[in-house]
Design a protein around this ligand. Structure first.
Ligand SMILES: *Cc1c(COP(=O)(O)O)cnc(C)c1O
Length: 628
């Protein structure tokens, strides 16, 4: 008997769900945005309501309360560590806008972060312009990273005149003089940070962001040089932050520890030169356990948020105490960990396909021998002989192809032979499952027999990191988890690109190439791709002219009732055509002119013309995805 616990186990949902996601006993995917059992959203019922409201899929679901819960968890983790290790100063977070610049997302982060004096980190002029819109608490920092031209520096310096607590981090040595000159010209005193290039590197996919060959940061010599220049401008009291960032998604906690220790030593030695660095900024890198394995594999992290905070606080304190310098305020720029959980893509499945055909093959008696052999094989295969019969079938298929290529077999017989072959494979695979045969042969067979579920979405728009860097994201059915999934599948998107396929899935031990899914029945089938809230929103592109998806924000109130708070319409065809610089009016005009011409030549009736024009305009103004 299949139980809901079996589904929870199969999809590892409670391992990567972080207290937010699981299945209920009806087999529906649920979310607890506050992690409270009294505030549960049944996501299948949300899907049903969207269908009633005629909101087209795919739909991005956002759970703003998850952002709030993550911000609170991170601040709690640091305050626990600070009291446990008797650290003398506080922790203050920054949200790096690079990770998700969406206005609704930053709105929520700023609102929830206010009581923790959480600030924003920007890396470009665009992000800075956006950040200046938000109302941060007076102690919150607005931190400027990235390569900076004079225009960027000037915008940041002017922001100080408007009472923002701006820190300008020197990421590259040549910025030093320009920053100081401009400050003098504008008569403002910025808080200055320097970004150190450490020897310590991260681990995982982004390891190269740290270490000697990192793109950003100052070497020891450059740092000393930089301090000298700052002193020449009499600005040493303004030098208040030491910053480093060794890459995102650091999978091993000891890498974090090592980097903190190295940077703490730099901090202490600079402090010993009577430069009162106040903030110690450890950058990003706090990992998200996408596969739930809590290991150092690329899709995971071998530590919890609390262990991260403990390691940072403990290592930093140890070095400071040893060097006899004051403890600095700890700053982190954790973007992925705060935002990853808050959004998911819900996809409707259009159908599925594989090579197998369920039609029964009847023999006329005139078929070539090889067909007869495949036919007998299919009828005689059983649990005792299936390994041998499966191998025979493989050989027979080879022979069938060879004979066809020699012109000795008609195309109708080739078709019969192929159907018989795939049906034999199905049977062999089911016997292998029954006998729990784990040999490689049958793993490959399962892959061969797996179905391609056609999902109404674009990987390039909605899950770009899956395509670009093979990052894993959990995928689960939205309902029917109380039924045993009896099919294996991969999920293909609707772009015309063969790369548009999800064919790697989270697994505790390894990576699965096929996912256990349900056979499609007459009802619709929905899948959710989760943990998409970090980086995916703006890295996505317009491949094949699929635009942004419709979006809903869902919150749960104190009574446990859920509400759709906001609905953001996805792109229409006219929107994406504008992105690639088409003038929509001109498109209409040219189409209309063609129709007029056909009418004038008496090749089109007025009625037909009206219909054609209406169809054109309708499609132009509709959603870019399949209307299914
Ligand atoms: C990208 C980036 C971050 C965010 O890193 P996460 O791993 O997403 O937390 C923080 N700081 C800097 C300087 C970055 O470039």
């Amino acid at each position: 008997m299949w139980k809901i616990e079996d589904a929870i186990d199969l999809y590892s949902i409670e391992r990567w769900g972080n207290g937010y996601f699981t299945f209920n006993k009806n087999g529906n995917l649920i979310v607890k945005p506050t992690r409270k059992d009294s505030q549960i959203i049944d996501l299948k019922s949300v899907v049903d309501q969207l269908v009633t409201k005629k909101i087209k899929f795919p739909v991005v679901f956002r759970f703003p309360q998850i952002l709030e819960t993550q911000i609170k968890s991170l601040n709690d983790a640091f305050s626990n560590a600070i009291s446990e290790f008797k650290y003398n100063k506080i922790y203050q977070g920054l949200f790096p806008m690079k990770v998700n610049q969406r206005k609704e997302v930053i709105d929520e982060i700023v609102k929830s972060g206010k009581k923790f004096n959480m600030g924003l980190e920007v890396g470009t002029k665009g992000e800075l312009l956006a950040a200046l819109y938000f109302d941060l608490s007076p102690d919150a920092l607005l931190l400027c990273n990235g390569f900076k031209d004079d225009e960027y520096l000037k915008l940041a310096l002017n922001a100080i005149k408007l009472k923002n607590k701006v820190v300008i981090v020197i990421d590259e040595f040549s910025e030093t003089k320009r920053l100081l000159e401009l400050s003098k010209q504008l008569n403002v005193k910025p808080l200055i940070g320097i970004r150190a290039k450490l020897y310590s590197k991260g681990s995982g996919k982004w390891a190269e962001s740290g270490g000697e060959s990192a793109k950003f940061g100052l070497t020891t010599t450059e740092m000393l040089e930089c301090i000298k220049v700052i002193a020449e401008y009499d600005m040493i009291p303004q030098l208040q932050m030491l910053h480093f960032h060794i890459g995102s998604q650091i999978t091993e906690v000891r890498r974090i520890q090592k980097a903190v220790k190295e940077a703490a030593r730099v901090y202490a030695k600079i402090r010993n030169k009577h430069i009162n660095i106040k903030y110690f900024n450890i950058g990003g890198g706090l990992g998200v356990d996408y596969d739930g394995s809590k290991t150092s594999s690329d899709a995971s992290a071998n530590y919890t948020m609390q262990e991260y905070a403990n390691n940072v606080v403990y290592s930093l304190k140890e070095v400071c105490d040893e060097e006899n310098v004051d403890h600095p305020i700890i700053i982190s720029e954790s973007g992925r960990a705060i935002s990853a959980y808050h959004s998911a893509l819900f996809i409707n499945v259009k159908g599925n396909k594989n090579a197998n055909i369920s039609r029964k093959v009847e023999l006329s008696g005139h078929e070539p021998n090889i067909i007869r052999e495949l036919y007998d094989g299919l009828n005689e295969i059983n649990i005792k002989n299936y390994i041998e019969y499966y191998h025979d079938a493989l050989e027979h298929r080879e022979e069938l192809l060879a004979l066809f290529n020699l012109g000795e077999i008609e195309i109708d017989d080739k078709s019969k032979g192929e159907i018989l072959f795939w049906q034999t494979c199905e049977k062999a695979a089911s016997f292998a499952r029954e006998t729990q045969n784990k040999s490689e042969d049958f793993d490959d067979l399962n892959k061969l027999l797996s179905k391609k579920y056609i999902g109404n979405f674009s990987i390039f728009q909605s899950i770009p990191d899956f395509w670009a860097i093979k990052q894993l994201f959990p995928v689960v059915p939205v309902s029917r988890a109380n039924e045993k999934p009896t099919a294996y599948g991969t999920i293909v998107d609707i772009t015309c690109d063969s790369d548009g396929e999800i064919d790697r899935f989270v697994d505790l031990k390894d990576v699965k190439e096929i996912l256990e899914l349900h056979e499609l029945n007459n009802g619709s089938y929905y899948l959710a791709v989760l943990l998409l809230g970090a980086y995916q929103d703006t890295i996505g592109d317009y491949h094949n002219l699929f635009g942004t998806a419709n979006e809903v924000h869902i919150i749960v109130d104190d009574k446990g009732d859920w509400h759709l708070k906001q609905l953001v319409k996805g792109d229409r065809n006219c929107d994406v055509l504008r992105v690639v610089k088409y003038d929509i009016e001109a498109l209409f005009e040219s189409f209309e002119a063609e129709i007029k011409h056909e009418i004038n030549e008496n090749r089109l009736s007025n009625e037909e013309a009206v219909d054609i024009l209406k169809n054109y305009k309708d499609v132009m103004n509709r959603y870019t995805y399949l209307d299914i």
